[in-house]
Ligand binder design. Structure first.
Ligand code: SAH
Length: 238
């Protein structure tokens, strides 16, 4: 089995890469910016693909996530893609800082395309998640929520309106782009998201995100260790 993580930020992937001691395969995706790490864990091939950097900062957002996911699936042919990273969430849904969620759906919240239902449906995305996501969440005692993706860290009133109307819970900048590519290439996708900020908490998002990034990424590493244990059969479901 080959499992491939797609991760936007170095800070999100680093604790996990160090935990498993997986090594970079230098230049694998050149000249694209994404970067490959590879290792073996309990008989499973573990890949981590980072979106990469431009001008010294991590390439967050849908475009880089699309390039990374497409390249990863075409070159590595993984059995499962895992999009792991940080997100905003809502206090009103019971979320707290550094809570880890498994995605039970995925949508875009900032594509406002007028037209008929077909355009509206395509704009929202609503791609399928891996059918084993719920069993995994239950076995590991993790909460589930719907990933909602846009191109900005802040949240405008029209974003909130879209999120509320379609049940979005975990606000990120890559999830639906990764899901889109997985849907095209018939590759199952699991979402593992850790909360850095509360969209309805009243704090300034970037300040709150920066303050909680380390804590959220540590929680993400712990959850991903459980995910790996589950996928390699070390956690038995009774
Ligand atoms: N300049 C910042 C950029 C981080 S962008 C930096 O490099 O530190 C935020 C990243 O975290 C994105 O990859 C996104 O997926 C995720 N994220 C965390 N909280 C978010 C929120 N409230 N809204 C959207 N994305 C969020």
């Amino acid at each position: 089995m080959r499992v491939c993580y797609v991760v936007a930020m170095v800070a999100e992937a680093k604790p996990f890469i160090e935990r498993y001691g997986i090594k970079e395969v230098e230049g694998f995706f050149a000249p694209l910016p994404c970067r490959l790490y590879e290792g073996e864990v309990k008989g499973m091939t573990l890949n981590v693909v980072l979106n990469g950097q431009q001008n010294g900062s991590d390439l967050v957002g849908c475009e880089a996530a699309t390039v990374a996911t497409l390249s990863a699936i075409q070159r590595l042919k993984p059995d499962l893609i895992i999009n792991s990273g940080t997100c905003g969430a809502f206090r009103a849904n019971g979320a707290g800082i550094a809570d880890v969620f498994i995605g039970n759906g995925v949508m875009f919240h900032d594509r406002r395309v007028p037209g008929d239902d077909a355009w509206g449906t395509q704009s929202l995305g609503n791609y399928a998640v891996w059918e084993g996501s719920q069993a995994l969440a239950e076995a590991l005692g993790l909460k589930m929520g719907k990933v909602t993706t846009g191109s900005s860290l802040d949240m405008q009133p029209c974003d909130l309106d879209m999120i509320q109307r379609h049940g979005g819970e975990l606000k990120d900048m890559e999830g639906a782009a990764v899901g889109f590519v997985c849907s095209l290439l018939h590759t199952p996708i699991l979402y593992v998201k850790s909360v850095t900020d509360l969209c309805d908490g009243g704090a300034e998002t970037f300040e709150e995100f920066s303050r909680n990034l380390g804590k959220a990424c540590e929680a993400l590493k712990v959850a991903n260790e459980q995910v790996i244990d589950y996928l390699t059969g070390q956690i038995r479901v009774v």
